[in-house]
Design a protein around this ligand. Structure first.
Ligand code: EPZ
Length: 417
């Protein structure tokens, strides 16, 4: 298993261009299924989750070609509607293919995506909504068998603004009969990017970015070209890396609006931040200030996907910080690893109390999930001595060549196989 070896203490400095967002690429790759034509999706970094989604598309009969940072996806040859269990288990968000395959073929079979490292992650909102659109869903032996004689538009009130459920309904509704309204919809930027792709493909859809999305079903979609929005979580992670190492960094090719909540919290820690068009310059503080309360919320609140990175930062804060993780049940696995570096963290269910220490010391740690893994690397960059981070495969799900990227910014990090 590959691991990172980090010699802490270097200030990170330099400029970095941010590539396409994992959480936008995955639903858009799923959406390409609906047209049955060729779509060209660009600004795609080399990520393990993208490889898994590509394998799933190939396994149901699609043709996928890679050219630089572009994927050419031809879904005219899809001839299967059963998703391979082992790949679905590897990547939960393949569940978004349900709406696309049901819409185009009227059937799909998929294994129940169990929980993952960050919580039980039920899909009840997905199933309830698809049933409301007329899908018949049978659950047997850990599998979901879904079919419909033609999905119908519906007025759907989501109990929670779930990102995945909103995306699944948007895909299902795009060629369903009639109008679908999604109330209390997720408002993440990735939802807007999905709407932009669907519109280019001929869908009649509006309201993404607000809590009410309306879709007028059309007979079919067509192939099209689309460039993925920049990854706000990768950008945020690198800005925390600059802050925790007292560094200086410019993150470029971003949408500043998508990072407002992250910027606001970084300013609270004492970082100096300058915004210039689609770039942000950050200068890290000599001593990190604590954050009285950091609460994760659906967008535009503070993203849960930045929580772990901020916990790592606040371990060396000049005082006590409190984190309230409201989105996922079990997203503090990184805390026990950070404590091995001398951090002072107490967790009580969804609340963590972090008492800042003067310095972390290097240790051997195990990444247990994507963002938690990235947080351990950030802590290693600031720690005294050598840190080893095992299970880097978690990190490569959402960060392209993470160690090379950080090396380019002055970090002393290597990856040993
Ligand atoms: C998306 O996951 C992201 N993944 C996650 O990023 C992100 O953490 C999450 O949204 C929240 O922002 C992708 O986009 C591929 P949800 P998703 O449905 O769609 C509960 C990363 O690190 N819920 O909005 O699975 C659920 O259990 C990943 O890149 C139900 O109860 O998130 C959770 O507590 C991790 N029933 C909450 O809602 C449902 O049917 C938010 O889940 C669906 C969700």
């Amino acid at each position: 298993m590959a691991k990172y070896i980090i010699q802490g203490g270097n200030r990170l400095e330099g400029e970095v261009e941010i590539k396409g967002a994992k959480n936008s690429i995955l639903p858009i790759l799923a959406a390409t299924v609906i047209s049955g034509e060729v779509s060209k999706i660009s600004n795609i970094p080399q990520l393990r989750d993208v490889e898994v989604m590509t394998k799933i598309l190939l396994s149901i009969g699609a043709k996928v070609e890679k050219e630089g940072d572009q994927l050419l996806i031809d879904t005219s040859s899809i001839d299967k509607t059963q998703l391979p269990e082992e790949l679905v288990r590897e990547m939960r968000s393949s569940i978004i293919l349900m709406g696309a395959l049901l819409a185009r073929f009227g059937e799909v079979s998929v294994s129940y995506p169990g929980g993952c490292e960050i919580g039980p992650r039920p899909i009840d909102l997905h199933l309830k909504s698809l049933r409301q659109m007329g899908a018949i869903i049978e659950e047997s032996h850990g599998f979901l068998h879904c079919r419909s004689l033609g999905l119908q538009g519906a007025d759907i009130q989501l109990d929670y603004p779930s990102v995945g459920a909103t995306e699944n309904i948007m895909l299902a509704a795009s060629i369903a009969e009639g109008r679908t309204i999604i109330r209390n919809a997720a408002r993440e930027p990735e939802i807007i990017d999905l709407q932009d792709y669907l519109r280019k493909a001929g869908a009649k859809i509006k309201g993404a970015g607000t809590s009410v999305i309306t879709v007028e079903g059309v007979p079919s979609l067509k192939g099209c070209s689309h460039r993925i929005i920049p990854d706000r979580i990768v950008a945020g992670t690198l800005m925390v890396a600059a802050t925790i190492t007292k560094g200086e960094m410019v993150v470029k090719d971003i949408v500043v609006e998508h990072l407002q909540s992250t910027v606001a919290k970084l300013r609270e820690t004492g970082a100096n931040i300058f915004i210039n068009g689609n770039a942000i310059k950050l200068i890290g503080p000599e001593r990190v200030e604590p954050i009285e309360l950091l609460q994760t919320l659906p967008y535009p609140g503070f993203p849960t996907d930045m929580q772990a990175q901020f916990m790592a930062l606040l371990t060396i804060g000049n005082g006590t910080s409190i984190i309230n993780e409201t989105v996922f049940e079990n997203r503090f696995k990184h805390a026990e690893e950070l404590v091995r570096m001398g951090a002072n963290i107490k967790t009580f269910g969804k609340v963590a109390v972090i008492k800042g220490v003067k310095e972390l010391t290097g240790a051997r740690m195990y990444a247990k999930d994507l963002r938690g893994g990235a947080a351990l690397v950030l802590a290693g960059l600031a720690a005294e001595g050598i840190t080893e981070v095992e299970n880097t495969f978690h990190i490569s799900r959402g960060y392209e060549n993470f160690h090379n990227l950080l090396q380019g910014l002055g970090a002393n990090i290597s990856c040993v196989k």
